[in-house]
Design a binder for this molecule. Structure first.
Ligand code: ADP
Ligand code: MG
Length: 259
């Protein structure tokens, strides 16, 4: 469904990403992991049509992405700039549903259901400035889930929440997306998270970011925060990805599958 061909971007003379090639299939959960500053957000903004890459192509369902596609939702790293401060949580979530052609009542119902799903059913009337960072990020996630996009892009979505909330939100996103058949591209610098969440982990090199590894995560589902993380296969994959992110050669190639 998503195809990146030699995707390259330079900010002026600064080379941020270099010839990224990646194909994502419908229903896949792909985690992109790489060191900070390697161009992960640049990659995401290119896919979302928010910046025009200086080289290569982004194809969604075979069509080039020129502006923000209709069937796509994005959860940004910086929640403080992604919500409208003058709107309540409910209004923030329901607003984009206008694009879905729903009437006011249907929008508010869908928004309320999504807020309840992320544990904010009783905070629907609150404004962003009345909520903690973690709560604001939950609102951003609820907004994306309510929209029911075909492709959900997430840029370090759990980076600023506490560890327990992070685990809850990882599971919530996996559950809701599986239920609605969404495809996810999740960007993270957290090796553990990439293996826990992904069906596949794509590793980017340090800047300019390019794909240095593409691993299939063959762990049984549904994932479980305790049981999955104690599996030998999980521990081994985490070590493999960790080495790749650090640019160390991987001596054990049997799990590595370059596509
Ligand atoms: P990551 O998300 O992996 O941390 P980014 O994609 O945000 O990386 O940034 C990659 C590099 O590009 C960084 O060195 C950053 O300073 C630079 N960069 C990002 N956005 C801009 C911009 N709008 N103009 C100039 N340089 C930028
Ligand atoms: Mg970033």
């Amino acid at each position: 469904m998503l195809e990146l061909v030699d995707l390259t971007h330079r900010y002026g003379t600064y080379h941020a990403i270099d010839r990224i090639n990646l194909t994502v299939k419908q229903g896949e959960v792909v985690c992109v992991v790489g060191p900070s500053g390697c161009g992960k957000s640049t990659l995401l903004r290119s896919i979302a049509g928010l910046i025009k890459p200086t080289g290569g192509r982004v194809l969604l369902d075979g069509r080039p992405v020129e502006s923000t596609p209709d069937n796509l939702a994005v959860v940004f790293q910086d929640y403080s700039r992604s919500l409208y401060p003058w709107l309540s949580a409910l209004a923030n979530v329901s607003l984009p549903l206008r694009r879905r052609g729903l009437d006011r009542k249907a929008r508010d119902e869908a928004a309320m259901a999504a807020l309840t799903e992320v544990g904010l059913g009783t905070a629907a009337a609150k404004f962003p400035w009345e909520m903690s960072g973690g709560m604001q990020q939950r609102v951003s996630i609820a907004r994306a889930l309510a929209y029911r996009p075909k492709l959900l892009l997430m840029d370090e979505p759990f980076g600023s929440v506490d560890a327990q909330t992070r685990e809850e939100l990882e599971d919530l996103v996996l559950r809701v997306c599986a239920h609605h058949g969404m495809t996810i591209l999740l960007i993270t610098h957290d090796v553990d998270e990439s293996v826990y969440v992904g069906d596949r982990v794509v590793v980017l090199s340090k800047a300019p970011g390019t794909v240095t590894g593409d691993l299939t995560v063959d762990l049984p589902g549904p994932r479980d925060q305790i049981r999955t993380r104690e599996l030998d296969a999980f521990v081994k994959l985490r070590a493999d990805v960790g080495r790749m992110v650090r640019g160390m050669t991987n001596n054990n190639h049997h799990e590595v599958e370059h596509r």
